[in-house]
Design a protein around this ligand. Structure first.
Ligand code: ADP
Ligand code: ASP
Ligand code: MG
Length: 570
């Protein structure tokens, strides 16, 4: 697939062009690391693979696993394509859901080799984080209760899915080991009354370390040779616990030495999403909801043909269906549009998901585990234009608007630099920032969960500069939300902003601030949190997004038809 340099350049440059500047996670592209030799870790968990009852999912081409420069898809097309298929928390939420996942994988294996990536069962990571926090405050009872519930949840699923006594024993032993580890980690936090980012990562990684063996065992039960693999053996990251970044070259090498031989033997690897490990082997996490990112990291490392993200929705929808009714599925969307939607809160994709595939242009699909016959949404470097205009909406609630300024503010040196130094010291992502032209007022928006720390930090940073002024210079409003409208080249289309704000005005929704000169493909603005849902409904209706997909879906071929056509053409 050709590199789309225009999109790449645009994605790299777009944030810096804004008057409102996107911070934190906004840059696209994973860091390049120095080469290190891969160390192969011990095998995690393997189901009996030599049994004659097990179906071999596909013949693997030797040339598919040569060294990195030799195995570009265009130079060495594989006979059977490789697909990375990621299943989210709801897709593996209970035994019945895992049953559906197994059938989807089995169907896919008729045509492709598959690497599976799984999230923790739905709700498990939240519970693990709650247990970690309870341990920090010394609440042994809550910790014990949570682990008991988690053990029961996993054992219940295992007992429904796995009938072979040997497999059940194996899984029970493995779960026991994981819960023993959980116990040890939480005891440490209880004793010290301290929860380091490292310990929090170790505890929150346990959900995926439980679900991957469960899914692998369920596959084996249905005759598919499978092997659970801990991503700590594959995804090498930096040490930014809670938001770790992959080291690309090392990860490629690990995938080559650890994953490719498994695929070559016709075994389906079931990899834990969400987690990785530092070079020294310390467990890290990629950030909440990070299994999507794991899937594209692995997809890029393996030069996969496609990455398919299986979730509980029919694809990328015109807006979050929990907020607005009558939504439509978008058949095709560009990397740029999808990245913008994810950045502005569309949970269906982790905001970093597209970074690893920018260079390769690998298509990403979003499909529904519970309606696999649906086509889903295809995310490509350049999607088909939809005739211009707004394609989808997203929103982030729970934000705080911090206003720094006052008459004495003019002339204070390096104000922006000092603000950013403060936000970065508390690791606060700043989705939007605005500076008034007279420079006596700077507004920044941060997550409400970290707003107190940002305000404290700013008050300290500017204490001496503003000491002689009588007015309050740092104020905040903790009930705001960002609403974003997304569509390719949206900014260049005249009349869109007027139409959008006109509709909001007619329905008495006040706009607190607007992202001026913003990205080419989004228009974002700030409203009171209470107005967020209403604003989304109004814009969705104004641009008739509810009807958007109908003509396009009717005209678009099914996923299978489109895929076969693409494969026979290559
Ligand atoms: P998974 O567990 O599969 O990773 P998530 O809960 O992380 O699933 O993401 C899927 C959810 O994202 C959907 O159930 C939906 O509520 C939410 N969502 C928000 N915005 C959108 C959107 N534009 N399109 C589809 N889903 C969205
Ligand atoms: N289990 C992790 C979470 O809940 C990662 C994921 O589901 O993508 O955040
Ligand atoms: Mg998710």
């Amino acid at each position: 697939m050709a590199v789309n340099s225009e999109v790449l350049e645009e994605l790299k440059n777009r944030k810096s062009k804004r008057i409102w500047i996107h911070m934190g996670n906004s840059h696209i592209g994973i860091p390049v690391a120095k080469k290190h030799s891969a160390t192969s870790a011990s095998e995690q968990f393997q189901y009996p693979l030599d049994s004659s009852t097990l179906k071999q999912p596909g013949i693997v081409q030797q040339e598919a696993f040569r060294r990195v420069p030799d195995r570009r898809r265009t130079e060495h097309p594989r006979r059977s394509p490789l697909r990375v298929m990621k299943f989210g928390g709801t897709s593996v939420g209970d035994a019945a859901c895992i049953g559906k996942v197994v059938e989807i994988i089995r169907a896919e294996l008729r045509e492709s080799k598959v690497v599976v990536v799984v999230s923790a069962m739905s709700g498990v990571t939240n519970k693990l984080v709650a247990a970690a926090k309870a341990a920090e405050s010394g609440d042994r009872k809550i910790v014990a209760r949570i682990f008991k519930e988690l053990r029961a949840q996993h054992e219940a699923a295992a007992s429904i899915l796995i009938h072979s006594a040997a497999q059940q024993r194996r899984l029970t032993r493995l779960m026991k080991d994981i819960f023993r580890e959980a116990d040890g980690l939480s005891k440490g936090a209880i004793l010290l009354r301290e929860l380091t980012p490292r310990t929090l990562d170790a505890i929150s990684s346990l959900g995926e370390r439980l679900s991957a063996p469960l899914v692998a065992a369920a596959l084996a039960e249905r005759g598919v040779a499978s092997k659970a693999i801990d991503a700590t053996e594959l995804i090498v990251t930096d040490a930014s616990h809670g938001a770790a970044e992959p080291l690309t070259d090392l990860t490629r090498e690990r995938c080559e030495t650890r994953l490719c031989p498994v695929l070559q033997r016709g075994i389906v690897p079931v990899v834990t999403g969400f987690i990785g490990a530092t070079r020294a082997g310390l467990v890290t996490t990629l950030g909440r909801n990070g299994s999507d990112y794991s899937a594209t990291i692995l997809g890029a490392a393996l030069d996969a043909h496609e990455v398919v993200i299986w979730s509980d929705v029919d694809g990328v929808l015109t807006v979050d269906p929990r907020l607005v009714s009558g939504v439509s599925t978008i058949p095709e969307i560009s990397y740029h549009e999808a990245a913008e939607l994810a950045y502005f809160g569309a949970k269906v994709l982790h905001p970093k998901t597209l970074r690893p595939v920018i260079q390769s242009g690998t298509p990403i699909w979003i499909r529904n585990t519970f309606a696999p016959q649906g086509r889903g949404t295809k995310i490509t470097p350049n999607a088909r234009p939809n005739g211009g205009g707004v394609k989808a909406l997203s929103a982030i609630g729970n934000l705080t608007l911090i206003i720094v300024g006052g008459p004495g503010f003019i002339g204070i040196p390096d104000v922006l630099g000092r603000i950013f130094k403060t936000t970065s010291a508390v690791r606060a992502d700043v989705p939007l920032i605005s500076q008034s032209s007279s420079q006596n007022r700077i507004c920044l928006v941060v997550s409400s969960s970290i707003a107190d720390r940002v305000v404290e930090g700013l008050r300290r940073e500017f204490a001496s500069d503003l000491a002689f002024e009588t007015m309050e210079h740092i104020t905040f409003d903790s009930d705001v939300a960002i609403v974003a409208a997304v569509g390719e080249k949206l900014r260049g289309i005249s009349g869109i902003v007027g139409r959008m704000f006109g509709a909001l005005d007619r329905h008495d929704v006040s706009i607190l601030a607007i992202a001026q000169g913003s990205s080419e493909c989004s228009i974002s603005f700030l409203v009171a949190k209470n107005d967020m849902k209403k604003a989304l409904e109004i814009i969705h209706r104004e641009f008739k997004l509810g009807a958007l997909a109908c003509p396009e879906i009717a005209a678009s071929k099914s996923y299978e038809t489109q895929r076969r056509a693409a494969e026979s053409a290559s």
